[in-house]
Design a protein around this ligand. Structure first.
Ligand code: ZN
Length: 280
């Protein structure tokens, strides 16, 4: 057998090199997609921007937050428990529900609770949408809140808590800050066991924490488990020496500004701090 000629070896070397390069490209693309997915699912990792999930140096205080309302039945149940327990919270509201029940927002504000935005349609794929969509959605829910109570919230919790680079760009364009949580009860799932919601939250009650529960189910078709364990969660934190405050108080940021829409009552905006119920 003779020695292979240079002409025979060259094509196979080129083929192997091309194969290796292609393999690396595929690996890089897959790793990129995985990293991006992790960043979207867990925005608190800060891969695409900063989010508020807890506050260091907050002292023995923590914030109670609710998503997916307002709902004429279950939000009222939550508001009643908060009143009975003399506790204040921050409600992340859904725009289309605000349009249907603007009076509930006014009740929240009158009781001294804080407000945040949670998307207009509660689109579960919000984080996969382009920046223009996310921007429009934030502007829509903010306009609904302004029309309802004359206030413009700065906090924004994306639906299902996912945030992509487009979500961060939209937040920057609209001047809102993305908020997630340090503890969540998974109480907004149909059939969630109140005892497991309580156990889950109890393990995560920490100074500077942001607890996320639901004052309504996503479709308004069942009562979230939070309703039956809220009083216990409130008392449990207090028994550990923790005080419930709004997100504004936890962060030291006055997030609610007077709205820009016609007919806005600037006195209503000013009353947010003065009407706040005593809390601990
Ligand atoms: Zn939600």
């Amino acid at each position: 057998m003779g020695t292979p000629s240079i002409m025979a070896i060259a094509p196979s070397v080129v083929g192997i090199a091309t194969g290796i390069i292609l393999l690396w490209v595929v690996v890089a693309v897959v790793v990129g997609i995985l990293l991006r997915t992790v960043g979207v699912l867990f925005p608190r990792l800060g891969m695409f921007g900063s989010v508020l999930s807890h506050v260091c140096e907050a002292g023995p205080r923590l914030a109670l937050t609710f998503d997916d309302g307002p709902d004429p039945v279950t939000t009222r149940q939550i508001l009643k428990i908060l009143e009975e327990e003399r506790c204040i919270a921050t409600f992340f509201v859904v725009g289309e529900k605000v349009v249907e029940h603007p009076e509930l927002l006014r009740e929240m504000v009158a009781a001294g609770h804080g407000l945040g935005l949670h998307g207009f349609h509660h689109d579960r794929l919000h984080a996969l949408q382009p920046t223009a969509f996310a921007t429009r959605d934030i502007l829509q829910v903010r306009a609904a809140v302004e029309a309802a109570c004359g206030l413009r919230p700065r906090w924004f919790r994306p639906p299902v808590g996912h945030a992509s680079p487009a979500t961060f760009r939209a937040a920057e364009e609209t001047g809102v800050e993305i908020v997630t949580w340090s503890a969540r009860g998974l109480d907004g799932i149909r059939g969630a066991e109140p005892s497991s919601v309580l156990r889950r939250v109890a393990r995560r009650l920490k100074p500077g924490g942001i607890v996320m529960l639901h004052d309504a189910s996503e479709k308004g078709d069942f009562v979230p488990a939070s309703v039956s364990v809220l009083a216990e969660i409130i008392r449990l934190a207090r028994s550990r020496g923790l005080t419930w405050v709004t997100l504004d108080e936890l962060t030291g940021v006055q997030s609610l500004e007077a709205g820009q829409q016609a007919g806005v009552d600037s006195e209503a905006a000013g009353s947010v701090t003065t009407k706040r119920a005593p809390s601990s």
